[in-house]
Design a protein around this ligand. Structure first.
Ligand code: GLN
Length: 255
C-alpha cells in the first residue's frame, strides 16, 4: 500500500448490519478515494480476531438482540486491546447495537444483562413495558450540523459523556433527555441508521479527519461536490420531517 493508505476495520459485518449499515463503509472509502487516499477495508467476521494495531478507524453496526449477544462475547474477548487502542486515539464509529455494547451492559426486555466492554461510562436498558423507539430522526451536532436518519431500538441509553448532539426530531438515546449518541475520545456513538453516512457527508468527513490524524496522514479534506447528498437530505426531511426543513435551508444558504 502507498504512503497515503488508511485502514478501516468493519467489525462483525456478518452479524451487525441492520438497515444497510455497511453503506457507511462505502461512503468512507469513496470520500477518501475521491481525495486521492488509498483505502484498505478489513472485514473482521465473528470467527476472526481483530488486530487493533493495524486499524485507523473501526466501524460497528447495529444488530438484533440475538446477534448482539454473540458479538458482545467476541468483543469482551478482545476488550483489553480494543480499550488500549481507543485510549491512544483509535477512532470508532458505533451504530445502535454496536454503540450499546461499548457501555457497561445492555439489559434485554427479559431483564437479562448482556455485558458490554465498558469502553465508556454508559448503560442501556430495555423494558417489556416501554415501547421501542422507532422512526425518522434528526439531530443537531456542533461538529457535523444536522444529522438525519432512522432509528429503531428498544434500549434506552444513559451515559456520563457528551452526547453526539441534540434531538430535533425523534427519540435519541432514551426518548426523554433530548440527547442523541455519544462523543468521548475519538468515539462516535449514535442510534442513527439508514445508513448514517450517505445522507450526512459532513459527519463522514468529521470521522475521517479523526482517522487521518490518528494515521498521521494529512487531514485537510478538500470539499467535494455533495449536491446529490444534499438533495437526498432535503428530500428525506421535506417528506418525513417538515419541522426540520428550515434548518436544512439555513445550512444550504450558508454554503
Ligand atoms: N437490539 C438493540 C435494541 O433493540 C439494537 C437495535 C439496533 O441496532 N437497531 O435496542
Amino acid at each position: 500500500m502507498s504512503r497515503k493508505a488508511l485502514c478501516i476495520a468493519h467489525l462483525y459485518p456478518d452479524l451487525l448490519n441492520l438497515y444497510a449499515d455497511r453503506g457507511n463503509i462505502a461512503v468512507l472509502r469513496r470520500r477518501l478515494e475521491w481525495r486521492g487516499y488509498e483505502v484498505e477495508v478489513v472485514r473482521v467476521t465473528h470467527s476472526e480476531t481483530p488486530d487493533f494495531s493495524r486499524y485507523h478507524l473501526v466501524l460497528l453496526g447495529g444488530g438484533s438482540d440475538r446477534e448482539q449477544a454473540i458479538v458482545a462475547e467476541k468483543l469482551r474477548a478482545c476488550a483489553p486491546a480494543f480499550r488500549s487502542a481507543v485510549q491512544d486515539g483509535l477512532p470508532v464509529l458505533a451504530i445502535c447495537g454496536g454503540y450499546q455494547l461499548l457501555g457497561e451492559y445492555y439489559q434485554l426486555p427479559s431483564g437479562e444483562k448482556v455485558p458490554g466492554i465498558a469502553l465508556v461510562d454508559m448503560v442501556t436498558e430495555a423494558s417489556p413495558d416501554a415501547p421501542r423507539l422507532i422512526g425518522n430522526i434528526a439531530v443537531w451536532s456542533d461538529e457535523a450540523g444536522v444529522i438525519v436518519g432512522f432509528e429503531n431500538h428498544g434500549g434506552r441509553t444513559r451515559h456520563s459523556h457528551r452526547p453526539l448532539g441534540r434531538v430535533l426530531h425523534g427519540h435519541g438515546n432514551d426518548g426523554v433527555s433530548g440527547h442523541e449518541g455519544l462523543r468521548h475520545l475519538n468515539i462516535w456513538g449514535t442510534y442513527v441508521h439508514g445508513p448514517l453516512l450517505p445522507k450526512n457527508p459532513a459527519l463522514a468527513d468529521a470521522v475521517l479527519r479523526d482517522a487521518l490524524a490518528y494515521a498521521h496522514l494529512p487531514d485537510h479534506l478538500e470539499p467535494l461536490d455533495d449536491r446529490l447528498e444534499r438533495e437526498a437530505r432535503t428530500a428525506f426531511v421535506s417528506l418525513r420531517m417538515e419541522d426540520v426543513a428550515p434548518m436544512l435551508r439555513t445550512e444550504a444558504e450558508s454554503r
